[in-house]
Design a protein around this ligand. Structure first.
Ligand SMILES: [Zn+2]
Length: 456
């Protein structure tokens, strides 16, 4: 019980303590418990790794490359002006709650439910910006009680469950710390200061990235109003209480920034990938409306389509009306290549958008259709050399090797995936399994042995 109590306390500090620097900088009271210690970068990255493993082990992640790419592009637009040298990682959790969170070591999680609830790309970006601000201000991560190394895995799992909202924090934490609600209240009051700070920094990030800085206050307000007060409010409101004062403050801060036209179409196209349910389209103008319906029909296209020609001409018009819209461009290139049984249109786009992982996946998919598994693997492997986000690529490569009955490579790329999600133990285990099948492929065997040696 003592252990659990400590873990619970540790969690509280993790979730709501301030760092000494931001406390001084903003002239905030310091929690100042002598039991707290600053922890170093290596500790933070270790916890980040364990957290990433917990996310991928305990929860289902959205792996639609287009959805992943979309959210990561918003994330990198928002972080591109930061000079903190930090690597940010964006993940989408397949959960219906309207929630997002900032975890340790630059990890930001966004629930499918939040993407579906957002009214505009700016609204979605505003929540992501707010979470990024929690990280830049180091609200979560600068201090915590020393914990035993052995606990890191279970601690990371608990942290993930609380942040994602599958563990009710009011019940969970209260149990853990023996119901000391006064302490929780005091710390929550403290966290309200963090919320305001995250709003303020997040609004600046939004404006710098060209998003409408008013979107944050509007979105929180909308969620607040939509929520039927007899039911449990959306997760994001539980952790981010909306008060009139907070909305007013956020709006006032936004007034100082330039407002821009909000973006809707891409978000709606992404929402169409995530759900079959009706998506509200009131914000779209007539041309965007048409583009949305082309895309929706394209998504429903079967392998033996009788309406492919119709969808193709619809997409040709849509890409003319929405110049530079990558999702529409890729859809059009894909449908052209499908009808001519080639890959040339998609490859042409690849020259334009070399960094786009989703496009690489689409090309691989098209090669796969033509039974050219070798080329599918080659394009994904190449993509993995130029992108920092490789998890989905390694997964796909592994599956393709499996299709070719190449067990050694299938296991090897599963091992690389395990490494990417921070699961070092599984990484080594899978490498050893791969080695058992690699006796006839000396280059792979050498790679495996080198990796095993490096990670010993
Ligand atoms: Zn917050």
């Amino acid at each position: 019980m003592q252990k659990l109590r400590q873990l619970g306390l540790l969690m509280i500090f993790w979730l709501i303590t301030a760092s000494s620097t931001s406390a001084t900088q903003y002239n905030l009271p310091d929690l100042g418990s002598p039991g707290l210690v600053l922890y170093d970068k290596s500790m933070e990255s270790e916890l980040g790794r364990a957290f990433m493993t917990a996310l991928h082990t305990d929860f289902t992640m959205i792996d639609d490359p287009f959805v992943v790419e979309y959210v990561r592009q918003i994330g990198s637009r928002l972080t591109s002006h930061l000079a903190d040298g930090r690597q940010y990682h964006f993940f989408i959790i397949d959960r219906p709650e309207i929630n997002a969170f900032a975890g340790p070591d630059g990890i930001i999680g966004i629930n499918r439910g939040l993407i579906l609830a957002a009214t505009s790309e700016d609204a979605l970006a505003s929540v992501i910006a707010h979470e990024i601000a929690h990280i830049t201000q180091e609200h979560l991560s600068r201090r915590f009680e020393q914990f035993e190394q052995g606990n890191i895995t279970s601690f990371a799992s608990l942290l993930a469950a609380i942040l994602i909202g599958t563990l009710d924090p009011s019940a969970g934490i209260a149990t853990f710390i023996g119901g000391n609600s006064l302490a929780i209240q005091n710390q929550l009051r403290f966290s309200r200061i963090h919320e305001h700070e995250a709003d303020s920094v997040g609004i600046k990030l939004l404006a710098q990235a060209g998003y409408n800085p008013r979107a944050m206050a509007q979105f929180f307000d909308q969620l607040h109003q939509q929520h039927n007060h007899s039911s449990r409010p959306p997760e994001v409101l539980l952790t981010h209480p909306v008060t009139e004062r907070r909305t007013a403050l956020a709006l006032a801060r936004a007034e100082q920034q330039k407002t821009t036209q909000e973006r809707y179409l891409d978000l709606k196209l992404i929402q169409a990938r995530l759900t079959d349910q009706r998506i509200p389209l009131e914000q779209l103008n007539e041309k965007e409306h048409e583009a949305f319906h082309c895309y929706k029909n394209y998504l429903n296209l079967t392998n033996t389509p009788d309406n492919a020609a119709e969808i193709k001409s619809c997409l040709i018009q849509a890409t003319k009306n929405q110049p530079g819209n990558r999702l529409l461009e890729i859809a059009l290139a894909d449908i052209k290549d499908r009808s001519s049984n080639s890959v040339s249109n998609l490859l042409q786009l690849k020259d334009l958008y070399p960094q786009d992982n989703a496009l690489a996946h689409q090309i691989a998919h098209q090669y796969q259709h033509r039974n050219d598994i070798g080329s599918a693997i080659a394009i994904l492997k190449h993509q993995a050399t130029i992108t920092p986000t490789k998890i989905e690529l390694y997964q796909q490569i592994s599956e393709l090797y499996l299709q070719k009955n190449d067990i050694a490579n299938a296991l090897y790329f599963q091992a690389l995936r395990a490494n990417e999600i921070g699961n070092i133990r599984q990484f080594k285990h899978l490498l050893k399994e791969a080695r058992k099948h690699a006796s006839e492929t000396p280059t792979l065997l050498k790679k495996i042995n080198n990796l095993l040696q490096e990670n010993n």
